[in-house]
Ligand binder design. Structure first.
Ligand code: SAH
Ligand code: SF4
Ligand code: F3S
Length: 466
């Protein structure tokens, strides 16, 4: 499926922004958008914040100061759901002392029927609910809520539309995410994303390049191309284009200094992509390559379409062809039927690939996914294995982290070091954090830093003056 940008719809929504502004402007009202999910959710939050600002709301920094709070939810694991319910409990108190405060919910969790039922039953003070497919309708829905005074719930099951060109407010002025595709068609058996984000739709490459150029005009120097499986980008588009070609095009924009991408599914990572990265210094020396498991049997049950050996081969090829590359990963422990022997296989892959970092997750059953109806493992069993995997990841990535000590490398300055205001914090192309002496032009600047010392997972350094 492809999504064509629907310009008439973005114009309609801009008209609603104007209508809301007529009632909001001059009242000193404040908004807060809280994000629970991944980079794609972050990006959606920037769009919601952009709309709110254009409507005349100012940003609040604490929930209690806000006149409208938007919770942009995630449901990839159960703890994300729990966090939302925790916040909603607190909101009840806000609503008692501040009657006109509005609570809005959106994001992946809202695409689940049982969640909407529960909120309908137990959280009557929520004012507005919408989902992932109609997020662009936020201005219209908020207008309807404000003019009717009654609760609005609008959730769609699916959409083919892509509505862009709406205002957005970037969290950082110098870096941004750009969606290159929406949804996911992979249906890994543990994962809820395909159910809550819908079918895979690639955006037109011209639209993506236009967005990247506009971002560069605004002073953005680092972009991250976003999709659940960027390696399958381009399927169904009229123009024949691969992800590697798109990446090269984005990196050729002059003022863009660094291009990242997230996430790469190992089954579709092409030799062409490895070559493009190797040949292009502007593309980050960082590939996030989720392993999930190193056991062939579990990988098959997870519907991942690769074996532990194929994954290792791919990762080692990447390391051989892209010097200094950092490879990070996601690992799930406790998938139904997983034995200690399967976990040994996962550990063996970690040792061979030597991940520069990896998120280790305890498997969390998600309603409606195939794995949720399989026989589940006991908590104690999973915990022991989880600790083993986590221990290996920590040891290996600590050793990996120290490998650039003493080198002079480029750092994109992100801001002041929170713990020490006399220093700046930034990131290497590898995504590793570097704290360094405050000199140079500050946030958004690319500076050469000598990495004096590796302190666990980050570096302390000094700006290098030749
Ligand atoms: N599209 C990305 C992943 C998005 S979800 C990819 O395929 O690589 C981010 C991570 O959450 C996944 O890589 C997986 O490790 C984890 N995850 C997804 N569903 C999970 C579940 N039910 N339980 C535990 N972890 C899960
Ligand atoms: Fe989920 Fe698999 Fe799609 Fe990633 S590729 S979002 S893990 S279904
Ligand atoms: Fe969560 Fe949705 Fe992202 S479920 S991980 S916010 S796509």
């Amino acid at each position: 499926m492809t999504g064509k940008n629907n310009e008439a719809e973005s114009k309609r929504q801009r008209d609603y922004i104007d209508k809301v502004r007529e009632t909001v402007e001059g009242k000193g009202l404040k908004y807060l958008v809280v994000t629970f999910g991944c980079q794609m959710n972050e990006r959606d939050s920037e769009k919601i914040a952009g709309a709110l600002r254009e409507m005349g709301y100012e940003q609040a920094f604490r929930e209690e100061d806000a006149d409208i709070i938007v919770y942009n939810t995630c449901t990839v694991r159960d703890n994300a759901d729990k966090r939302l319910y925790g916040r909603l409990g607190v909101c009840k108190a806000y609503k008692t002392s501040k009657k006109d405060m509005l609570i809005a919910l959106c994001g992946c969790m809202m695409q689940e029927e049982q969640v909407i039922e529960k909120i309908g039953r137990s959280y009557p003070y929520v004012d507005l609910i919408f989902g992932t497919h109609n997020i662009y309708k936020f201005p219209e829905l908020l207008y309807r809520r404000l003019s009717s005074g009654s609760r609005i719930i609008d959730i769609w099951k699916e959409t083919g539309d892509i509505v862009e060109d709406l205002p957005t407010l970037r969290k950082y002025p110098f870096k941004t995410g750009i969606n290159i595709m929406y949804g996911c068609d992979n249906f890994c058996s543990y994962c809820i994303v395909p159910y809550v984000r819908g079918r895979e739709r690639s955006r037109d490459p011209k639209e993506i390049l236009r967005e990247a150029e506009r971002a560069a005009d605004d002073g953005v120097v680092e972009v991250m191309l976003l999709g659940q499986n960027v390696n399958s980008y381009g399927k169904g588009l009229d123009t024949k284009v691969t992800f590697a070609e798109l990446l090269k095009e984005v990196a050729s924009i002059d003022r863009i200094r660094r291009v990242r991408f997230m996430t790469s599914h190992p089954k579709d990572l092409s030799p062409e992509l490895i070559r493009v990265i190797a040949d292009n210094e502007k593309i980050a020396r960082h590939i996030h390559l989720p392993l999930q498991s190193g056991s062939d049997r579990i990988l098959k049950d997870m519907n991942r379409h690769y074996t532990g050996e194929q994954f290792t081969g791919l990762a080692l090829r990447i390391r051989a062809e892209i010097p200094d590359v950092a490879i990070t990963s996601d690992i799930i422990v406790g998938f139904p039927g997983e034995t200690e022997k399967d976990v040994d296989d996962t550990i063996a892959v970690i040792e061979k690939v030597r991940f520069d970092g990896a998120f280790t997750f305890e498997y969390s059953p998600r309603t409606g996914t195939p794995a949720a109806s399989m026989e589940q493992l006991s908590k104690e069993y999973v915990q022991k294995n989880f600790d083993r995997v986590l221990g290996t990841v920590q040891r290996v990535s600590k050793e990996q982290a120290a490998r650039f000590e003493g080198r002079i490398m480029e750092v994109l300055t992100e801001g002041e070091d929170e713990k020490d205001p006399s220093r700046y914090t930034g990131r290497l192309s590898q995504n590793t954090v570097v704290h360094f002496t405050k000199s140079g032009p500050g946030p958004g600047a690319m500076v050469k830093v000598k990495l004096d010392e590796c302190a666990g997972f980050y570096y302390n350094g000094t700006v290098w003056v030749p």
